[in-house]
Design a protein around this ligand. Structure first.
Ligand code: SF4
Length: 1004
């Protein structure tokens, strides 16, 4: 074994002051691993539905208490428990679709004989009986009728946009559509923040598809297409005659004509291409969100050729691994319909059936678009493999739906063979994009895993032995390096190797591997494609991992300045603490640039992109336009309150024996006051699961739990996805059958990301504390330090502290946006942390615009309870709400309300009256300094002085007098703030106010 003796410099990651960081364990990215696998009792199709739709961190569920309890489709998970598979609602669409999926009594003269004899699909089901039943079943026919819906059309940017029948786009939607069309026309990137409930998804679809339609129009193509439609009509008539003859027992000769096949009603001659249609990738965070987008697509008047990308793990009815699947579908005698997987053998037929939707659209019929429920019905009927059907449909699709990690994770994109060239990429719910990009070009390995794969590949693998030996030496080289590092250092702490040493480190690490990374890559490529027949279930994952690591290491070596390498004995890898190594990408720009370079335009949207500057700096790509669309909710339907009743919610205030108990008790009493008057559901967000556990325990001990239970059904968000659906059901039941429910949940958890709590599902959101990333997380520390480096400064990236704050406030805004999901919704939002009261405008500017424009301050809980009570009484009074509904209707055409930036009421009545001029001057300076983009340190200094002065009941004449040691000592004013106030007086800092007032920056 070669011995490497280089020692890597330990980079200091000391905690820095200035942030009231709470070491929230909820900071970790939502896990996307579903724990649902096959049930021994469920059928294969139930298993796939449970895996695909099981509610986990990867899911979206709409809770709508207006609907009947059993309105949602439910399937069994492997636990045999019900899992909601679709949002409840949209009943109208559902009913109308049933018409189109009536199996028609069509039996062709021939029956398919192409299914394979050996068929895993039949193994558990009495093979021949099932095969016979399938042959006897009539094939599904998707009936259609002329589409007579009256779309609302609007001309935007040279495109004729069709909006669903009866809907007129409101200003936020028009704004979204015009910026998409402008960006796509000009091949620019655009960033659009549009609050939840503004119909953003519909606007995205209509804008993008109108542009695509305009781009693909071609008069010659249209002529050819018309001729094809005529020919098809002839075929339809002939088919009807043939069927009628069969029914009446007469023998009728088929007369289908050239190019049309009698054996399969769906196999028609392919329509001529209309024109080259530009490709669009429409991406969102999860597959459940894609299902929601598809439902919206059905409402539009567009019928693009589209498909959804998904993984074999999610879709395979038999839960086969990639290797097992590949083994099964090895064609027998070169016939692709004669493999050992019957589902696979029938997938082409399902692809042809699904094509009928697009054909409907081409001749102006309905339905022209499908959603996942339609797809499931076709798959069920055709008994086909859903994974390969979607893949088949994607081959010539002009619109592809996929989670955005498929594009921005370099290894996923490589394996799926996605080509972005010239495509428009639209990213919805993109607030996590930075994380996805960073993680998509990072890799983590445990020492055990490396050793295991090195050993496995070192065995004799016959015809591919030469190649597996090379891959084994690649893994061995990494494990030798790590073992040597652990031998020379006994420290339990992780070692962070910063960018300037990364290249040297990788040289050392690959010393024992005689081949270049490019060779490793080529070997893996060859083994996974042309030689995949020779792989076994044990070699395939090892070879796949070698390929992934080689790709990431190539990125590390070509972009060393963008990486840190972290290794240690106690690394957190896939939830385990073990020895290992992480190649951590610090710049999302590495992954983002690869897509942005090839794409025509990237449109990034979300309800919570603020602060937008972070995205542009971190993604390293220019966004020509950054739009903040207004909310459609009239201001009288949302009550926002900043509440300091529980003080600062920091780590110190909530941990420890005494403080923790006191905090839990105070929080319980505080919520009880509101639980009595708030109708429907209440969501309470906290920074950490451990804090929620503590609170729940204390509430049981102190009796708060039973007091709260008298008014609300109390639920707690569970860690991981197991059991979460039951919690949601429980919460839902409390809202429907009782006086409402109260859910304790964590920021960045399952409740805060992707679940719509509309109407009575949540009438109030309490955001308790601010979810700052954990200060003790080695990766967070490394990223902060990295952003503070001169390299990042040069590139205009946010300083570490600001990046850190942006992460916290983005999660905060995301949680606040859980309720108010449509223009007639209403809710109360509570920002429970005294730092918002003290920080004034400076703190509030981190909050989404539509929330901060409504903010009021709570100084007395009795006043607050009275105001909130009146707010709900007014909105629940049918007459008052009628008037409100009219206001909503008008909101569709009225200009957006003028935002009230930094509500000055916020400051009224605070501190000593004589300090008001100082407070006003500091407040204005804070705001002007921030808006002018001055050094954040300066804004921060104003803010800190502002907070201190506003808290004082004595007149400020000198900082030294009021600070802790002075004659007028005030508890909250430490010597440094006192000194700062003195400095402000002595250096005329307050006079700078005059410059700001004139809209100028004062001399530095
Ligand atoms: S072809 Fe489809 S159904 Fe058959 S094993 Fe592969 S993924 Fe599963």
């Amino acid at each position: 074994m070669n011995v490497h003796t280089r020692r890597y410099r330990r980079v200091s990651l000391a905690r820095t002051d200035g942030d009231d960081g709470d070491d929230g364990d909820a900071m970790t990215r939502p896990t996307v691993v579903s724990t649902l696998t096959s049930s021994p009792t469920a059928t294969p199709r139930e298993n796939v539905a449970a895996r695909r739709d099981g509610v986990g961190d990867d899911d979206v569920v709409v809770l709508d208490v207006e609907e009947e309890e059993d309105a949602g489709g439910r399937v069994a998970t492997r636990d045999g428990k019900d899992v909601e598979t679709k949002p409840r609602g949209g009943g109208g669409v559902e009913l109308s679709m049933k018409r189109y999926f009536r199996p028609a009594s069509i039996v062709d003269g021939e029956t398919s004989t192409s299914e394979g004899a050996g068929d895993v699909g039949d193994e558990n089901d009495g093979g021949s009986a099932r095969e016979k039943r399938r042959r006897d079943e009539p094939r599904i026919v998707i009936e259609s009728a002329p589409d007579e819906r009256a779309f609302t059309t609007k001309s935007i940017g040279g495109c004729e946009v069709k909006f669903p029948e009866g809907l007129s786009p409101h200003p936020a939607q028009v704004m979204t559509m015009s910026s998409i069309i402008r960006a796509l026309n000009k091949k620019e990137n655009s960033m659009i923040e549009s609050p939840t409930g503004t119909g953003k998804t519909l606007a995205l679809l209509c804008g993008a598809l109108a542009w695509q339609e305009k781009e693909s129009k071609n008069p010659e193509g249209a002529k050819l297409y018309k001729a094809w439609v005529k020919e098809r009509e002839k075929y339809e008539a002939a088919k009807a005659r043939y069927d009628a003859g069969l029914k009446s027992g007469k023998r009728v000769e088929p007369e289908f004509g050239d190019g049309w096949m009698s054996s399969d009603p769906h196999f028609r001659r392919a329509p001529p291409p209309e024109a080259t249609t530009p490709k669009i990738y429409m991406c969102t965070r999860t597959h459940s969100q894609i299902s929601q987008i598809l439902r919206e697509l059905k409402r539009t008047g567009y019928s693009p050729k589209y498909s959804v990308l998904s993984s074999r793990q999610r879709m395979c009815p038999y839960n086969k691994s990639d290797t097992e699947c590949r083994e099964l579908i090895k064609a027998k005698g070169g016939v692709r319909t004669s493999t050992d997987c019957g589902y696979y053998n029938r997938h082409q037929r399902a692809v042809r059936t699904m094509a009928r939707f697009e054909e409907n659209g081409m001749i102006g019929h309905y339905p022209a678009a499908w959603d996942m429920e339609d797809f499931d019905r076709v798959i069920e009927h055709e008994d086909a493999c859903p994974f390969y059907t979607l893949r088949g449909m994607a081959e010539d699709a002009s619109l592809i739906f996929c989670p955005y990690n498929y594009l921005f994770d370099i290894n996923v994109r490589r394996k799926m063979g996605l080509k972005i060239d010239g495509a428009a990429v639209i990213i919805d719910e993109g607030h996590n994009l930075e994380d996805v990009c960073r993680e998509g070009s990072s890799a983590e390995l445990s020492l055990d895993e490396i050793g295991k794969y090195a050993d496995e590949l070192a065995k004799n693998h016959g015809r591919i032995n030469e190649q597996t030996t090379v891959l084994s030496s690649f893994f061995r080289s990494i494990s030798n390096f790590l073992e040597e590092q652990f031998r020379v250092s006994n420290s339990p702490d992780a070692i962070v190797v910063s960018s300037n040493q990364v290249k040297t480190l990788t040289d050392d690490m690959l010393k024992d591997c005689p081949d270049h990374l490019a060779t490793i890559d080529e070997i893996v490529e060859e083994l996974m494609t042309t030689k995949s027949d020779l792989l076994t279930p044990t070699t395939a994952p090892a070879i796949g991992l070698a390929g992934d690591i080689a790709v990431v290491l190539t990125l590390v070596r070509t972009n060393p300045t963008a990486y840190n390498v972290i290794f240690g004995r106690n690394m957190d890898i896939d939830g385990d603490t073990c020895p290992g190594i992480a190649f951590q990408c610090m710049q999302p720009a590495v992954a983002f640039h690869q897509v942005a370079r090839d794409a025509r335009s990237i449109i990034l949207t979300s309800g919570t992109l603020s602060p937008m500057t972070t995205f542009e700096a971190e993604l390293g790509v220019k966004f020509a336009s950054k739009i903040e669309a207004p909310h459609v909710i009239p201001t009288n339907q949302v009550h926002v309150e900043v509440c300091g009743a529980l003080g600062e919610i920091t780590y110190k205030a909530t941990e420890g024996d005494v403080q923790g108990s006191r905090f839990a008790k105070n929080l319980g009493s505080f919520l009880l006051r509101y639980a009595k008057i708030i109708p429907g559901g209440m969501l309470v967000f906290l920074p950490k699961y451990s804090l929620i556990d503590r609170i729940f325990r204390e509430w049981h001990i102190t009796g708060v739990f039973s007091e709260l239970s008298a008014f609300k059904r109390v639920c707690v968000e569970s860690r991981g996805s197991r059991g979460f659906q039951e919690t949601l059901n429980e919460f839902d039941r409390g809202n429907k059958k009782g006086k409402g429910s109260l859910m304790l949940a964590v920021y960045r958890g399952k409740v805060s990301e992707g679940i719509d709590f509309k109407d009575d599902a949540a009438r109030a959101v309490f955001c308790v504390g601010i979810p700052f990333p954990s200060m003790f997380d080695v990766k967070v520390k490394a990223k902060r330090n990295y952003n503070d480096s001169p390299y990042c400064k040069e590139r205009g990236m946010l300083p570490g502290g600001e990046w850190y704050r942006a992460q916290a406030y983005r999660a905060y805004n995301q949680a606040l946006g859980r309720c108010i999901r449509h223009p007639k919704d209403y809710a109360a939002l509570f920002l429970v942390d005294s730092r918002f009261l003290e920080g004034g405008v400076w703190m509030m500017n981190n909050i989404s615009k539509w929330i901060r424009r409504n903010v009021t301050a709570c100084h007395n809980i009795n006043d607050s309870v009275r105001t909130v009570d009146e707010f709900f009484k007014r909105l629940r009074d049918p007459e008052a709400f009628g008037a409100n509904a009219d206001a909503n209707a008008n909101a569709a055409t009225a200009p957006p309300p003028k935002p009230i930036e930094g509500n000055k009421n916020f400051l009224r009545g605070v501190g000593h009256a004589k300090n008001k001029p100082l407070v006003d001057a500091l407040d204005a300076m804070c705001e002007a300094s921030m808006q002018a983009g001055e050094d954040p340190k300066r804004t921060n200094a104003y803010s800190k002085a502002l907070v201190s002065i506003r808290a004082l009941q004595v007149e400020v004449t000198s900082g030294a007098k009021i600070s802790k040691s002075g004659p007028d000592k005030v508890p909250n004013v430490g010597p440094s703030i006192g000194a700062q106030i003195d400095y402000f007086f002595a250096n005329g800092v307050f006079e700078r106010h005059a410059f700001y007032e004139k809209g100028e920056l004062p001399p530095s």
